[in-house]
Write a protein of this length. Structure first.
Length: 175
């Protein structure tokens, strides 16, 4: 097998017994890095320390990850103007919070023969909130429902993420 030292230096091609003896002398573990290579590659390392460092890196990556939430708003084609304004207010609130919004128009009975009513309603909603978000997925008929997804503009999403990270840092400082 090909052996790599603890600092990344090439030791060379060594027998398995000699590699195990070198690992015991250095008080390290012999870890197989590339089993499919010819000859197989092994490395001398402290495996516990290696596992701990990779777990720390994964935890740090999760902390910096942006968590997207999809909120859903359901409408009907024959919605009352006041109800429409209320639902639009909810969509605005969701977009300002940095969340994506899935808007669903539910058709019942004869309404299914008039999908253009739902399409017009979704387009109107998209125009009303265009300063906060954009249409990520165009309106699409899905059985009895018509679905459209809106996402906040990038800068709004980044501002919200910064506020969240600032809030968690301040909370950690007060503890």
């Amino acid at each position: 097998m090909r052996l790599v030292g603890p600092n990344g230096e090439q030791v060379g091609i060594v027998a398995i017994g000699d590699a195990l003896r070198l690992a015991q002398e250095a008080d390290l573990d012999l870890v197989e890095v590339a089993a499919t290579a010819r000859p197989p590659v092994c490395k001398l390392m402290d495996y516990g320390k290696y596992k701990y460092e990779t777990a720390q890196k994964a935890r740090e990556a999760r902390r910096n990850q942006v968590h997207t939430v999809i909120k859903e708003m359901k409408l009907r084609p024959k919605i009352d103007p006041h109800d429409y304004e209320t639902k639009k207010g909810h969509v605005v609130r969701f977009l300002k919070a940095g969340d994506k919004v899935k808007i669903t128009i539910m058709f019942r009975g004869r309404e299914q023969s008039r999908p253009e009513l739902g399409y017009r309603l979704l387009k109107r909603l998209a125009e009303d909130v265009q300063e906060l978000g954009y249409v990520e997925f165009e309106p699409k008929q899905d059985g009895r429902n018509m679905i459209m997804v809106m996402a906040p503009h990038r800068k709004l999403q980044q501002q919200h993420h910064q506020q969240q990270t600032r809030g968690t840092a301040e909370a950690a400082a007060t503890e």
